[in-house]
Design a protein around this ligand. Structure first.
Ligand SMILES: NC(=O)C1=CN([C@@H]2O[C@H](COP(=O)(O)OP(=O)(O)OC[C@H]3O[C@@H](n4cnc5c(N)ncnc54)[C@H](O)[C@@H]3O)[C@@H](O)[C@H]2O)[C@@H](O)CC1
Ligand SMILES: [K+]
Length: 502
């Protein structure tokens, strides 16, 4: 499913209306009707409902919902933030249809005392105040209403966006509606995957409003959510006549005396994710520790300079920050035709070698967390977090890499700027070692797939799904270890392959 910016959603609406000829008031009817249908399944006959309406088209959707609610005999009051004569266009059309159907409008500003008094009586509030058309901080009258809604006990359902939230995920510090549930129209918006906006949404559902396929293909949308179905459709299917060499001969350069575990985690995860043959290049002093833990792994000397037999190289987990590590990275970057995955200390060393990335012929995957991304770009972590989509896109295009910007809703960006957002995973992943596991999965998937973006997106999904599986069964958010994730990869893959029979 696509993810859209404010401008993309507006362009989709505009194309549908101006070129295809489907009128805005029809889209608004579809939106309101779709929201009503979704809402009704959770309503009780005795619910007292307030639909709170702003002056734009988001308010127009609110009038449609209110009409359907009243038609179905739900006790519904409509409260309008602005004066009626300020409502224009499609919203005015649906306001009139609502009034002509016997509806009544209460003014918030003209009767604020009455509004405050009534608010505590409602069991459900439909928030149709502001949607994608908001600019900056809501005006005072709007902020006051938002504050009152947040203090009310009612279940708040927001239309399209929780009012006050900025659609493109820009940072903000003003108050916005804390929704219990948000019914977003046609496509998820960027802000659903960024902070602080994401915390206001509650549960989310997407309501189709009838934007035709032609409008969507004309727009050329380049961001999407990566779902379990996407993973199932794109996982590689094993050829019955394949052999170990078919599934990737990879070299993992990882682990140092102080961090041998990172190599174990990455290597185990790569093997559990299907890599055919795995060599490990590890510091001599760490070799003893890991040998007995990795019976399936072959060992490569750290002094080796011939990488020609490998179909891919992953470098970084537990590598250490010594000059030796940087020299190794420089050597690996010289292998222009070999796909690379660079993580952790590999990214630390990469800051001195960024200019070589663009000349790499084979795919290069970088897997920074926001701190590493800040180092790579010379920005602060806050700047990175405030513009995760934008910074990822600029960097991936500039350096011609696949960028995996980790965090809640990891964003994967291709060198052409296509973006995939992952929705699996939970805070159990916030622990040392989980990145090493991800590197192993990405590495293995990359070597088994012709499409790097699909391979990486699947790997990120599987990593998150392993954490979800652990928390769903016999773990809490606190006690999941990175090695538990690695051990859970088979359960996740078994489930994904269930219908395909790999
Ligand atoms: N044809 C369309 O364009 C459709 C639009 N739809 C709805 O329309 C919404 C977008 O409508 P609009 O573009 O009219 O915008 P909104 O209804 O989201 O809000 C913008 C309105 O609020 C005012 N406003 C802007 N910034 C403000 C601020 N900081 N404080 C107070 N008021 C502010 C603007 O003057 C404008 O009247 C979507 O979120 C969706 O709910 C749906 O009905 C589907 C069809
Ligand atoms: K809203």
């Amino acid at each position: 499913m696509h993810i859209v910016s404010q401008e993309e959603m507006q362009a989709l609406d505009r194309y549908t209306m101006d070129v295809i000829g489907l009128e805005g008031k029809v889209l608004m009817e579809n939106a309101g009707q779709g929201i009503f249908r979704c809402l009704i399944s959770k309503l009780k006959a005795q619910d007292q409902i307030a639909v709170i309406i702003g002056k734009g088209n988001n308010g127009g959707d609110g009038f449609v919902v209110a009409r359907y609610l009243q038609n179905h005999n739900f006790a519904t009051d409509v409260w309008l933030v602005e004066d009626q004569h300020l409502i224009k266009g499609d919203a005015a059309y649906h306001m009139n249809v609502f009034l002509n159907s016997g509806g009544k409008i209460n003014g918030i500003i003209s009767d604020s005392h009455h509004f405050k008094e009534h608010l505590s009586n409602y069991t459900v509030i439909v928030d149709a105040i502001l949607g994608t058309g908001i600019k900056g901080c809501p005006r005072k009258a709007y902020l006051d209403v938002i504050h009152l809604i947040n203090q009310a006990k009612a279940r708040v359902v927001s239309i399209d966006l929780p009012s006050g939230v900025l659609a493109n995920g820009e940072p903000f510090s003003h108050e916005a509606v804390y929704a219990k549930e948000t019914l977003t129209l046609q496509y998820p918006k960027l802000c659903m995957y960024t902070q602080p906006a994401a915390t206001f949404f509650g549960e989310t559902d997407v309501i189709q409003i009838g934007i035709p396929k032609k409008a969507i293909s004309h727009q050329g949308l380049k961001r999407r959510v990566w779902t379990k179905e996407d993973v199932k459709h794109t996982l590689p299917v094993r050829d019955p006549f394949s052999h170990k060499g078919t599934h990737g001969k990879g070299l993992l350069i990882a682990g140092s005396q102080d961090m041998p575990g990172a190599a174990i985690l990455s290597a185990t995860s790569a093997l559990r994710s299907g890599i055919g043959l795995l060599w490990l290049s590890i510091a001599d002093k760490a070799k003893q520790t890991v040998c007995s833990r990795l019976p399936e792994v072959l060992f490569e000397s750290r002094e080796s300079t011939d990488f020609s037999k490998y179909k891919g190289i992953a470098i970084g987990p537990g590598l250490g920050r010594s000059e030796d590590g940087e020299a190794l990275l420089a050597q690996v970057l010289g292998e222009k035709d070999i796909p690379l995955v660079i993580d952790a200390d590999g990214l630390y060393h990469l800051t001195n070698h960024l200019s070589t990335l663009k000349t790499h012929q084979a795919p290069v995957v970088l897997t920074p967390h926001p701190g590493e991304m800040a180092t790579l770009t010379g920005k602060s972590i806050k700047e990175v977090e405030n513009d995760r989509f934008g910074i990822s896109e600029t960097f991936a295009k500039e350096h011609g890499v696949y960028l995996v910007l980790k965090g809640r809703n990891t964003i994967i960006t291709s060198p052409s700027g296509e973006q995939v957002v992952n929705v699996s995973g939970n805070p159990a992943l916030a622990k040392g070692g989980s990145g090493d596991v991800l590197t192993g999965i990405i590495f293995a998937f990359l070597l088994q797939h012709e499409n790097p973006l699909n391979a990486i997106s699947n790997a990120v999904y599987v990593h998150g799904a392993a954490a979800d599986q652990l928390v769903k069964t016999n773990h809490s958010l606190l006690d999941v270890l990175a090695s538990d994730l690695s051990l859970t990869i088979p359960t996740v893959l078994h489930d994904l392959y269930l219908d395909t029979m790999c």
